[in-house]
Design a protein around this ligand. Structure first.
Ligand code: BTN
Length: 268
């Protein structure tokens, strides 16, 4: 199946205002870096999109690397100007997770879920990661670059075993059903169309409601690791309008804006 990410195939798949202007690059260090520079140096507007076949220096959260295989993943960065305080960027990350999950479901029929704060999962394994990087002005977001990576087709032999145990790809999940993975341009079009239905957050509750119904974490016991080190354990009971995780610890509910879920167990 032809699965090119050419400018022409992407333009054909786009249905809304996101994706214009468009930069398609065969190979790049990081689409987030290109998009941040495009916005800062050339004033790229909201909706501008950078898409690539391969990243050599893809970034994940907390300085981690994001692995890419040429022609196999969908990797893009979308420039946005949400009317949000820098502290509430979690709502944007949450909306992207919901949009990716909807897009994957629309194009594959697979049940995709969201794992707070920035992963999309299928069958409990990570299929997509989201990295939102923002430029702030007086505490408000001036420009946000929403970077998304989705494992569409993966060469399993090239995946380190520790990653293969907790991550997956669309083709792996479709494997037993015999279904073909979607064209990446169509998947991109479906995700951006879903995001446009949620954005610019006139109704943040709609984002939160869908994230709750799709959540892998809510209702389970979790351990949250903070970026600076240290953990807190409790029961995930909800999401705040800012996208923060509501964690019940010793009978009190705390809101956690930044952290990572280390471990989940069934709720009690
Ligand atoms: C994570 O899981 O920690 C986030 C991964 C985000 C990867 C995407 S791929 C497109 C964009 N460019 C990057 O360098 N990173 C994001």
């Amino acid at each position: 199946m032809e699965d090119d990410l050419s400018e022409a195939s992407i333009r054909r798949a786009l249905t809304g205002r996101f994706g214009a202007p468009l930069r398609c690059l065969d190979e790049v260090g990081s689409t987030n870096t290109v998009a941040l520079r495009w916005a800062a140096e050339e004033g790229a507007p909201e909706g501008a999109l950078v898409v690539t076949e391969h990243q050599t220096e893809g970034r994940g959260r907390w300085g981690r690397r994001w692995l890419s295989q040429p022609g196999k993943l969908l990797q893009f960065s979308l420039i946005l100007s949400p009317d949000l305080a820098g502290d509430d960027v979690g709502l944007l990350t949450t909306a992207l997770g919901v949009a990716c999950a909807r897009g994957i479901e629309t194009c594959t029929g697979l049940a995709a879920r969201v794992k707070w704060p920035n992963d999309v999962t299928i069958g409990g394994r990570k299929v997509s990661g989201i990295l939102v990087e923002s430029v702030l002005s007086g505490g408000a977001i001036q420009t946000a670059v929403a970077g998304v990576g989705i494992n569409v087709r993966w060469d399993q032999d090239e995946i380190p075993p520790d990653i293969a145990a907790r991550a997956t790809s669309i083709d792996r999940e479709l494997g037993s059903s015999g279904g073909a993975p979607p064209r990446r341009a169509e998947l991109l079009g479906a995700i951006l169309a879903a995001l446009e239905e949620l954005y610019p957050f006139g109704d943040p509750d709609a984002v939160i409601r869908e994230a709750l119904t799709r959540s892998d974490v809510i209702g389970t016991k979790v351990s949250i690791r903070y970026p600076g080190g240290g953990t807190v354990s409790g029961r995930a009971v909800g999401l705040a309008p800012s996208g923060a995780l509501r964690l019940e610890v010793d009978g009190e509910v705390r809101e956690i804006k930044v952290g990572e879920v280390e471990h989940t167990a069934p709720g009690s």
